[in-house]
Ligand binder design. Sequence first.
Ligand SMILES: *[C@@H]1O[C@H](CO)[C@@H](O)[C@H](O)[C@H]1NC(C)=O
Ligand SMILES: *[C@@H]1O[C@H](CO)[C@@H](O)[C@H](O)[C@H]1NC(C)=O
Ligand SMILES: *[C@@H]1O[C@H](CO)[C@@H](O)[C@H](O)[C@H]1NC(C)=O
Ligand SMILES: *[C@@H]1O[C@H](CO)[C@@H](O)[C@H](O)[C@H]1NC(C)=O
Length: 471
Amino acid sequence: MSDRTPPRLLDLAAISLLRDEALTISTLEYLPTELFPSLFMGAFYGRRMETLKALVQAWPFVCLPLGGLMQKPHRRTLQAVLDGLDVLLAQEVRPRRCRLRVLDLQNTGQNFWRMWSGAKARAGSSSSMAPVTENSSRTEQPLAPLKVFIELHLKKRTLGKFFTYLIRWVEQRKGSAHLCYRKLEIVSMPKENIKEVLSMVQLDCIQEVELNCTCKLSTLGVFAPLLGDMINVQRLRLSHVHASPFAEQEQQQHVVQFTSQILRLHHLRDLCMESPSFLEGRLDQMLRCLVTPLDNLAITNCLLTESDLTHLSQCPNVSQLKKLNLSGVTLTNFSPELLQVLLEKVATTLQELDLDLCRILDPHLEAILPALSRCSQLRSLSICGNFFSVAVMEKLLGHTTGLLSLREELYPVPLESYSSQGVLLLERLVPLQNELLEILRDLGRPRSIWISLRPCPYCGDDKCVHMEPAL
Ligand SMILES: *[C@@H]1O[C@H](CO)[C@@H](O)[C@H](O)[C@H]1NC(C)=O
Ligand SMILES: *[C@@H]1O[C@H](CO)[C@@H](O)[C@H](O)[C@H]1NC(C)=O
Ligand SMILES: *[C@@H]1O[C@H](CO)[C@@H](O)[C@H](O)[C@H]1NC(C)=O
Ligand SMILES: *[C@@H]1O[C@H](CO)[C@@H](O)[C@H](O)[C@H]1NC(C)=O
């Protein structure tokens, strides 16, 4: 079969149908299901609002992934679709053809349109795209509430016009339409607004929460009860939640408020906390509340105590981690064995390890080498911004040479490249680099490593020395 296929009959049919809006609308009831996606796309791009409105009322699929077509919010289109939904919701009995239960405004529905627009149609028989997946006795039951899925970014002081319009629409149809957010992102929105917006949401729809507010712990306290109701959250990211240096008791209260809600998150797999200064000395409280094994844990750019790290290495629910990121957590003064215990624990599952800027030294690296060499799933290892001698780096290269999945290796320049004042001396770096290359060659497996002056993996070539032994 050639790649260049002539226009499909379906598309030609859709184009021709769209020429006569009134006729098309009157015949929707009799058109084959396969025509609906093409027709919808045609009406969408041609801004045929009346057709859109009518298509919604006869939509033969459970989901209308409108977000997959809209590059950016388009209010008139949304309005046409909502008008169509209004007609539907006003009816006691669903029209014969219509299966619509979910309006998906997330930017994730492209597959549906791609599949139905032909090119890759053979690829999938995914059930979400099958026309009929429901089997309820539709004609007898009243309509189940319609779900409107959106991705919500609470970034500004106010919501945009598009969302305000949508939220108001849903609000006025309480009981027959629900707003659902799979992903909730809150960036610097006033507390009151957060509460107001979230009060209109089915909290148990939310699977991903990102709270990035550069806020105080008390805001987290306000947010906590809501978090506990988001019982299906799988991914939680908190950035820049700060402890205030005073009011220790109050602080503790907020932490308890927050961690006690973590107890309710039975689907949490992925926990990222960037600069969580409130965690220092309290990590055990958080870990004790985990009820599921995590896949991904990131605690970055903060201070932890040795006791925090001890608790981490003993926590049963981190033993299946695929990704561990402790970048920017200073571990210099901690016993090297702690890191070793932690790594041993996750060795069979770990795929990504980031220990950038942990200021770890030779003894730490030496302590973890045996465990590291058993991380057979490891794909990415980044330990830039630490201080290792070339001798220990040689050991490191030896211990990682058997890790066949390892594709990304980011190391710091050896300690010997610096003067006693901590200035990088290129005339020292170059021979050391050659030495490392020689070691790699002797190890006999072709691989690339990056030697970085900075912790950043993809910093410009001026800062990264990309080593690739030709074997
Ligand atoms: C579908 O409907 C039929 C007949 O009403 C019933 O026997 C069957 O169990 C239903 N299947 C599902 C998956 O609900
Ligand atoms: C958090 O917000 C700050 C600005 O407010 C931004 O620079 C940073 O990239 C955001 N972080 C995340 C993880 O979204
Ligand atoms: C860890 O997860 C298990 C389920 O895998 C759970 O039973 C246990 O209570 C969790 N928490 C701790 C602190 O072990
Ligand atoms: C680890 O966390 C830091 C800081 O949040 C981030 O910049 C880095 O990309 C993360 N590393 C990985 C491997 O995701």
